[in-house]
Design a protein around this ligand. Structure first.
Ligand code: ZN
Length: 161
């Protein structure tokens, strides 16, 4: 879940705000559903997404399943995601390159090459217009809901803040 406001974030054992988990999953330093399996979590999230964005349940489930797998709780490691598009940087092939040819830890290969954005003029609005139809098509959802979903997910990405 994108965490936009402090209220979206969970809390650590000392009451401070969690840097990595949301309020639904994590309270006072513990998972709210410590015994949930990834399948159970997929069902819960798919139900929320399906309702929120009018996505057919099966499509929501496969979308959520792919996304949950790379998250720290389920993969056991902190996989960075692209600060421009949100794509998880699972392997070096997914990552963009810095101007000295080294692997970027912040951006994916589609967004960032040789230390620069591949589409430097891209704005958040054009990004939403570009990705919403792709998402609507792949998830079988109405275009206006796809737009809302891209808006929600991109709002948490550092490039657009
Ligand atoms: Zn990217």
């Amino acid at each position: 879940m994108p965490m936009i406001r402090d209220g979206d974030r969970g809390t650590e054992a000392d009451g401070s705000i969690s840097g990595i988990y949301c309020t639904h999953c994590y309270q006072m330093g513990q998972f709210t559903q410590p015994n949930a399996s990834i399948e159970e979590m997929t069902d819960v999230c798919a139900g929320i997404m399906s309702e929120m964005f009018s996505i057919p349940k099966e499509n929501a489930r496969s979308f959520v399943g792919q996304h949950l797998r790379v998250l720290k709780r389920w993969s056991g490691r902190m996989i960075p995601s692209c600060k421009s598009c949100g794509m998880p940087l699972v392997s070096e092939q997914d990552a963009g390159t810095e101007s000295d040819g080294s692997v970027s830890r912040e951006y994916c290969t589609h967004c960032y090459q040789n230390g620069a954005y591949t589409e430097p003029d891209l704005t958040r609005e054009t990004m939403i217009e570009k990705y919403a139809p792709v998402l609507a098509q792949s998830l079988g959802m109405p275009l206006d809901k796809a737009r809302k979903m891209v808006t929600a997910f991109t709002s948490a990405l550092p490039r657009w803040n």
